[in-house]
Write a protein that binds this ligand. Structure first.
Ligand SMILES: [Fe+2]
Ligand SMILES: [Fe+2]
Length: 278
């Protein structure tokens, strides 16, 4: 029995229901960028339970959020990890996922501490909205880029979950704001801070361990390889990233009046386009 079933958690979709026998590996096998994107995402999603422990500890006085984090959010994130792992292992069967993940986790687990949380529960919820904006738009971009049908179906499921996570964190943020009443500038500062962090070291940690496993003879070259990888992601993003959706989600916690919101979405969307994934 899976952890989700033991908890009586109703997952909106099940990895077991995906038809991996229909996977057309020839359509993805030679796409190294896609491989590293999926392998990195599978590591970070699978590592979600360390992060949940820390978040749970932070929200122990908010029973509703704590129950959702363990009963729903964590189960869904872990399923993202299982599904992406299953896909990577079938499409690239010579990649030893478990070995690469073990080394990734050793390093990643040490960097995930509650010291990185924002100073109040309300502000951390705003920051969580940024993280879910990042994942929802990332999977949306990948789905748009991918041509292989099983992968598209999988990414569509994950994308849907991430949008719902965003909505939950946002509702929870509003509930906390009724008493916390942080000003817009303060919230904007948190959004900006977490946005900078989102482009961050987690991605590099995941990439370097996937890279070392796939190209052990070139493991020392991982910084250069990562720079090239990011250039290729930027090219994919220019064609497939949902800039407007990203900007709209990002600005939601600021509750801007409509006119300012429209201008903000244009400005932030333009900024995303220029900045790329750096
Ligand atoms: Fe996820
Ligand atoms: Fe999520």
């Amino acid at each position: 029995m899976t952890a989700a079933a033991e908890l009586g958690c109703a997952l909106p979709w099940r990895v077991e229901a995906l038809d991996f026998s229909a996977l057309d590996a020839a359509r993805v096998r030679d796409d190294e960028t896609l491989f590293f994107l999926l392998a990195s995402a599978s590591f970070i999603e699978t590592g979600a339970d360390v992060y949940t422990r820390n978040l749970l500890d932070y929200y122990r006085d908010d029973a509703e959020t704590a129950a959702w984090l363990t009963g729903q959010w964590e189960q869904e994130e872990l399923q993202h990890g299982r599904a992406l792992r299953a896909y990577v292992e079938r499409a690239w069967p010579d990649f030893d996922w478990a070995a690469a993940f073990a080394r990734f986790f050793e390093q990643y687990g040490a960097t995930c501490t509650s010291a990185q949380f924002e100073p109040t529960p309300a502000l951390e919820l705003a920051a969580r909205c940024v993280v879910e904006t990042g994942t929802a738009t990332f999977y949306r971009m990948l789905m748009d880029y991918a041509r292989e049908p099983v992968l598209r179906q999988l990414l569509d499921h994950i994308r849907g979950d991430e949008v719902r996570h965003f909505k939950y964190f946002y509702r929870s943020f509003r509930r906390h704001q009724q008493s916390a009443r942080h000003g817009r500038l303060r919230v904007a500062g948190v959004l900006w801070h977490r946005l900078r962090e989102a482009m961050n070291e987690d991605g590099y940690i995941a990439f370097r361990h996937a890279y070392a496993q796939r190209h052990p003879e070139r493991a020392n070259d991982d910084m250069d390889a990562y720079a090239r990888f990011k250039q290729r992601i930027n090219a994919i993003a220019r064609a497939h990233y949902p800039y407007t959706m990203g900007a709209e989600m990002l600005l939601t916690p600021l509750a801007l009046p409509p006119m300012l919101r429209r201008q903000g979405v244009r400005a932030v969307g333009g900024m995303f386009r220029l900045a790329g994934f750096n």
